[in-house]
Write a protein that binds this ligand. Structure first.
Ligand SMILES: Nc1ncnc2c1ncn2[C@@H]1O[C@H](COP(=O)(O)OP(=O)(O)O)[C@@H](O)[C@H]1O
Ligand SMILES: Cc1ncc(COP(=O)(O)O)c(C=O)c1O
Ligand SMILES: [Mg+2]
Length: 282
């Protein structure tokens, strides 16, 4: 039996809820063969849990990319890319890979940390990654940064932001309202350049949501590798991550990761999909 090969170009979250650890767990749960090209290692101060991001030498990243690509990957996801040089390397890897199943998770901050990784990276992501994105999965903050606007706060503002990000070259845009959007449901907005759909689940009141974004994007990537359509991939990923958040747990007093493999074990909350009227520019 052969498996579809999924590659993440991402950082290591040593606490293992997010980053490439989340990606590999989600890849595995979706029955794909997960591979990694590691960009940075994130470690935590045992007392304060403040994060330190340590980059790997770029030559080593390139060797990992070359190794993984030589096997013929079916889909690629990008996660934490800490410098413009690394963003360019990821872009070249995508173009050399021969696959058009590309999920860009434009990670700009770690949850629980306010500091933006490197503000110049946004411009590089726009230039080098968005034109190759089958799907891009910003949270509200990241969506505003990519679109060059303020952080969207309403569904209508999310629509305007999604249009701008689509114009930058991403074929499909999912803006994650998640926990941040003031709404009684966990709402994500899907835009494929033609129509808008709202994806909604129950909102879990837990704070054990570390790694939700990575798990969501990696699930989309695995679903694409397995041959699902973009929309099917996003809807299943939303089910998968909702279950993971619902069963999130306390790793220690500082962080609560999602339970990546919750859906196959406990089932998933229902995702409601509603087509909404197109946003008309004022
Ligand atoms: N409290 C919650 N209840 C249910 N779903 C959530 C909750 N928080 C986030 N989600 C969902 O998890 C996914 C990841 O979103 P989010 O946590 O906002 O991303 P990120 O980790 O990148 O900031 C999205 O599909 C979002 O709607
Ligand atoms: C290596 C790495 N990638 C990505 C993220 C973003 O995680 P999330 O899925 O919570 O957005 C983090 C957050 O700590 C991280 O450490
Ligand atoms: Mg994220």
């Amino acid at each position: 039996m052969t498996l579809k090969k999924t590659l993440t170009i991402a950082g290591s979250d040593t606490s293992a809820g997010a980053g490439m650890q989340a990606d590999l767990k989600a890849f595995q749960e979706h029955g794909t063969y997960g591979m990694v090209a590691l960009t940075v290692v994130v470690t935590m101060d045992p007392k304060t849990w403040s994060h330190t991001v340590t980059p790997l030498p770029t030559e080593l990243l390139q060797k990992q990319i070359d190794t993984a690509l030589s096997t013929g990957v079916d889909a690629i996801k990008t996660g934490m890319l800490s410098t413009e040089e690394i963003i360019q390397m990821a872009s070249k890897a995508i173009q050399a890979s021969g696959t058009d199943k590309i999920v860009i998770d434009p990670v700009m901050v770690c949850k629980g940390e306010d500091e933006v990784l490197n503000p110049g990276n946004t411009t590089a992501m726009i230039k080098y990654l968005l034109p190759h994105a089958t799907v891009v999965t910003p949270n509200l903050f990241e969506a505003g940064q990519l679109a060059g606007t303020t952080t969207p706060k309403t569904i209508e503002q999310m629509q305007a932001t999604a249009v701008k990000i689509h114009e930058l070259g991403a074929k499909n845009v999912v803006i994650k309202g998640g926990k941040a959007l003031v709404h009684d449901k966990a709402v994500d907005l899907f835009y494929n350049g033609v129509e808008f759909k709202l994806l909604e689940t129950e909102k879990v009141s837990s704070t054990y949501n570390h790694g939700a974004g990575c798990t969501f994007a990696a699930s989309i990537c695995a679903n694409l590798a397995n041959g699902l359509t973009v929309e099917e991939s996003v809807i299943e990923a939303k089910e998968f991550v909702s279950a993971a958040i619902k069963h999130g747990w306390a790793l220690n007093e500082h962080v609560g990761p999602v339970m990546h493999g919750a859906k196959p074990r406990f089932g998933a909350p229902e995702v409601t999909v509603t087509t909404i009227p197109n946003y008309v520019k004022a």
